[in-house]
Design a protein around this ligand. Structure first.
Ligand SMILES: Nc1ncnc2c1ncn2[C@@H]1O[C@H](COP(=O)(O)OP(=O)(O)OP(=O)(O)O)[C@@H](O)[C@H]1O
Ligand SMILES: [Mg+2]
Length: 270
């Protein structure tokens, strides 16, 4: 990209003497400004995540004690009565307490500052394990695996399993009437990548801007807290990776997890 400026040089009386035309290559400057903007946005996002994390943690602790008390009192009530009408109501209370408890658990997971356990890991293996773990939810889905050989990378296997599980569960939920899920691994630049492509409902452009925001959900109350992807994003970013997403409304979505290869691997498959 080029910037053009014209300067007219005048004499003491102000009459034009000559013009100077300056052409400048500003490609690099524009690129670095865009990069600066991206970094600023990323920093703001991390700060937002951290403050929401703190809030969520306090909130979850405050809510979990009364929930436990309700649970205990309900169990006592259940044992003390044989009245069907009361037992039916007790059932409703139990179900709702369970629901609220699972939201609280998700919140605690989201905000917990767990220690990273970084060691050499086999990403392909972790992907396979995650698919296996989520398989009860993938009953209507045809899973196509293109899992090639990957070099071992440094990472936290438990946390990455959670990342893949969250993406897989979302994909299953996006295909309520079944569909196809293609899981691919590979190497791109200095990153090992894992992509998950579904043939589900897709994500609108407007929603695409918010999907990594904590508590953003399009799911019904009680079926989604909107923490799955923000949690996944945080986990991957902390390990030097990234998650990207491409989607077309009505035809499907691809989530790609990028994890850095260690320096000595330099992008080569061993
Ligand atoms: N594969 C997908 N296809 C279509 N929409 C998706 C997909 N993955 C995520 N989304 C959209 O992104 C939103 C946020 O996802 P996220 O996993 O963070 O929260 P959630 O699934 O709604 O709730 P939770 O994961 O906490 O149960 C979803 O509500 C959905 O609208
Ligand atoms: Mg989810």
């Amino acid at each position: 990209m080029v910037s053009l400026s014209i300067k007219t040089i005048t004499d003491k009386q102000g009459s034009p003497v000559r013009s100077e035309i300056v052409l400048m290559d500003v490609t690099e400057r524009i690129r670095s400004e865009a990069e600066k903007k991206r970094l600023e946005e990323e920093l703001a996002h991390s700060a937002r995540l951290a403050s929401i994390g703190k809030l969520a943690m306090g909130f979850a602790h405050e809510i979990s004690n009364p929930l436990t008390n309700i649970q205990l009192a309900t169990e006592l009530l259940e044992r003390k009565t044989k009245n069907k009408a009361i037992l039916d109501r007790v059932d409703v209370i139990t179900k709702n307490v369970d629901l609220a408890s699972s939201v609280v658990r998700n919140l605690l997971d989201f905000s917990r500052q767990t220690q990273l356990d970084i060691r050499p890991i086999d990403l392909g293996r972790i992907v396979e394990d995650s698919i296996e773990m989520v398989s009860p939810r993938l009953k209507n889905v045809k899973v196509v695996k293109k899992i090639g050989r990957l070099p071992n990378i440094m990472g936290d296997d438990k946390q990455l399993k959670q990342v893949f599980a969250n993406i897989l569960i979302n994909a299953a939920q996006a295909m309520p009437n079944g569909g196809k899920l293609t899981v691919k691994t590979g190497v791109e630049d200095r990153f090992a990548i894992v992509s998950f492509s579904d043939t589900g409902v897709g994500i609108s452009e407007e929603n695409l801007r918010h999907i990594f925001d904590p508590f953003f959900t399009t799911k019904e109350v009680g079926s989604g807290t909107g923490l799955g992807l923000s949690l996944a994003y945080g986990i991957v970013k902390v390990q030097g990776g990234d998650i990207t997403v491409e989607s077309k409304l009505g035809s499907g979505t691809t989530f790609t997890v990028h994890m850095p290869l260690s320096a000595e691997q330099g992008g080569k498959i061993q």
